[in-house]
Each structure stands twice: as structure tokens, then as C-alpha cells.
Design a protein. Structure first.
Length: 180
């Protein structure tokens, strides 16, 4: 998988996460801390620092090198405006991965999430040879559901108490996209 930047839309680029992204990523998480809180696990204060992000990046890059994850960063100039991940990549007869992403609160509504998901679909199919992508949303996350449906994901069910988000085990609606 190439680590070079690819244009998504306008001035927004996407590329594989790098160690040098720690400071920019920490700044993005700090800016979006309240915005992301309802949609993510409870995070320790250390997570929002450059050192915390450096540790997180090391973990993500180890999984990338192992072939089980692809961590991307969305950049508008030098500013991080989101992240996207393919995680839990399974080979063999399954050829599947889980898609996750978020977009900076000031960049919502500009089509960046849709463009990023389109990029992930193409990379999963053409570069990774995957057959299927799965994504999940909280039942009240209508914006993400709309983006996933627009990208051709189909709802496949409800997973009770699926993930611990915002401090409690919460149900998630599961989606999938068959790539070929």
C-alpha cells in the first residue's frame, strides 16, 4: 500500500499515517474532543497529547506492517482533518476488514467523509484484494448512516452491546459493502 498522498477533494489529501503526524493528530483530537466524545471510547488525558499519539501511532504502524490494519490520516495542508482505518483485516476465504473514520467538526458537511470512504473502498478492492468491508454506527448516528448508505453499504443487523462507547456498552447497527 502506497504511503504517498492522494487528493480526495479540494485541498484535502489522504495518506498512510506517519510517526511525524503525532503533534498534528494530537491537535486534531484536542480540537475535536467534545465533538468525538459521544462516538468514541472514553479516552485518558494522555491520549490527547503528542506523546499519547506517538504511542498510538507506533501501535497502528505495527499492525500496518503486520498486514492487519491500514491507518490513514486526512490532511488539509498541514492540518489533520480526520482519520480513517481499515482494521481487523482477515485473509483466506473471508477477505474482509472493518472500516472506521471520523472527520473534524469544522470540516463536516463538505463531502470529505464520503470521499474518504470511496478511497477506502477502492484501496480495499484494488490494492488489498478484499471482498467485503464492514462498518458499524450507533443507532442515533444518522450522519454516518447516510454516508455509508450513499457509499453502497447495506444494513445487515443490530449488534446489542457491541462496543463500549462514551463509557457504556452500546448497540450498533452493522453495515457491509461487498466489493466484488
Amino acid at each position: 500500500m502506497t504511503e504517498n498522498s492522494t487528493a480526495l477533494m479540494g485541498t484535502v489529501q489522504i495518506r498512510v499515517l506517519r510517526r511525524s503526524d503525532a503533534g498534528r493528530l494530537a491537535a486534531a483530537y484536542q480540537r475535536n474532543r467534545e465533538h468525538l466524545a459521544p462516538w468514541e471510547p472514553v479516552r485518558a488525558d494522555e491520549f490527547f497529547t503528542a506523546a499519547g499519539q506517538a504511542a498510538s501511532i507506533e501501535s497502528k504502524l505495527a499492525l500496518f506492517l503486520a498486514g492487519s490494519d491500514v491507518p490513514w490520516v486526512l490532511l488539509d495542508g498541514d492540518r489533520t482533518v480526520g482519520v480513517m482505518n481499515l482494521s481487523g483485516i482477515v485473509r483466506g476465504p473471508f477477505l474482509s476488514a472493518h472500516l472506521g473514520y471520523w472527520v473534524d467538526k469544522v470540516s463536516n458537511g463538505r463531502g470529505i467523509g464520503s470521499a474518504a470512504i470511496g478511497f477506502a473502498i477502492e484501496a480495499a478492492r484494488n490494492e488489498l484484494g478484499l471482498h467485503r468491508l464492514q462498518a458499524s454506527t450507533l443507532p442515533h448516528n444518522a450522519a454516518s448512516q447516510k454516508i455509508l448508505k450513499r457509499a453502497g453499504f447495506e444494513e445487515i443487523g443490530l449488534a446489542p452491546a457491541y462496543l463500549q462507547i462514551a463509557g457504556s456498552w452500546q448497540d450498533h447497527i452493522l453495515y457491509q459493502r461487498i466489493l466484488y
